[in-house]
Design a protein around this ligand. Structure first.
Ligand code: HEC
Ligand code: HEC
Length: 257
């Protein structure tokens, strides 16, 4: 103990000098009181499996105050994300813990993605961030899929292919149906060279033109027939709602020369 004393005194002297030298001219801004809802992490990072279609995360919160607190809502930053709250209203007693679960649809997404969850409560909204690292799909698997579809363009609607190419479209209409069934190929950020960009009209395109492409696709190409009569996943009602959507959302004439 005694041996430490000179060092201790020297330390005190240094600290005193430092405090004197660095004393701020104005008072520092007041520190905001800590939020009474304390999360297990404000940011979580997950790596996903190469063939994953969705990723789930849960965030756990503790009410560190001495009164009940209510989380009104947890809003995701993206339409591709759903949130399940443990109950509504979600009220946490003092000291109580609870978790919500978020699920992000990652079909067709690659690289680093950031998804936010906004948890609103009376003390103030908190932002929770999920960072996802989605690996590039295996190029050999992609070549294999193209080969299977070249042999039979309806193969996309069967077996494991259906998990990404048919299941997500179930029960959807219009814009949502387009996003699930068509954008997977036509809107991919890695769109293949044989898949045309639908934003570019090469000819006049009316509703009948779209309806024919949707229901029949094209023999001898990778564009499948989507109507149920031809082995596709879409009912007549879905095909009609999709035709309405694309015929109004995409250019109907080639650009003027
Ligand atoms: C995990 C989801 C998933 C599965 C399973 C899947 N695909 Fe795909 N497919 C995609 C995505 C996403 C694209 C768009 C291109 C990209 O991003 O790789 C695509 C594009 C395609 C294309 C257009 C050409 C191209 O390479 O872009 C064809 C043809 C195709 N898939 C066929 C198939 C077949 C056949 C199967 C089953 C053997 C299958 N896919 C399974 C997600 C999937
Ligand atoms: C498996 C990938 C894939 C999916 C899914 C897909 N397409 Fe296609 N689509 C293609 C390919 C490949 C072509 C090119 C056909 C050709 O060579 O003429 C094409 C061509 C088209 C064309 C013709 C474009 C033009 O200017 O010639 C239209 C229209 C079209 N698709 C609409 C759709 C719609 C609407 C959906 C959703 C119901 C959809 N496609 C889903 C691969 C796909």
């Amino acid at each position: 103990m005694r041996k430490c004393r000179p060092i201790f005194l020297f330390g005190l002297l240094l600290a005193g000098l430092a405090a004197g030298a660095c004393r701020p001219a104005v008072a520092p801004p007041p520190v905001a009181p800590a939020h009474p809802l304390v999360w297990d992490a404000m940011t979580k990072t997950l790596a996903t499996a190469p063939d994953a279609q969705s990723v789930s995360v849960s965030f756990t919160v503790t009410n560190t105050s001495d009164r009940p607190l209510r989380i009104y809502d947890v809003r995701p930053s993206c339409g591709c994300t759903t949130v399940e709250l443990p109950r509504t209203p979600w009220i946490l007693a003092p000291g109580e813990k609870g978790s919500f679960r978020g699920t992000v649809d990652i079909v067709g997404k690659h690289g680093e993605l950031a998804k936010m969850f906004y948890a609103s409560s009376v003390p103030g909204t908190q932002t929770l961030t999920l960072i996802l690292n989605v690996p590039e799909p295996d190029p050999q698997a992609r070549a294999g899929n193209q080969q299977l579809a070249t042999a039979d363009r309806q193969a996309v609607f069967r077996g494991t292919c259906a998990l990404c190419h048919a299941e997500p479209a179930k029960g959807l209409m219009g814009a949502e149906l387009f996003a699930a069934a068509c954008a997977i190929c036509h809107g991919s950020d890695r769109r293949a060279s044989m898949v045309p960009d639908l934003e570019v009209a090469k000819e006049k395109r009316d509703a009948a033109w779209w309806a024919k492409w949707i229901t029949e696709g094209k023999e001898g190409t990778l564009m499948p027939a989507f109507s149920a009569q031809r082995g596709g996943p879409l009912s007549d009602e879905q095909a009609a709602s999709l035709t309405d959507y694309v015929a109004t959302q995409f250019p109907s004439e080639p650009p003027a020369p």
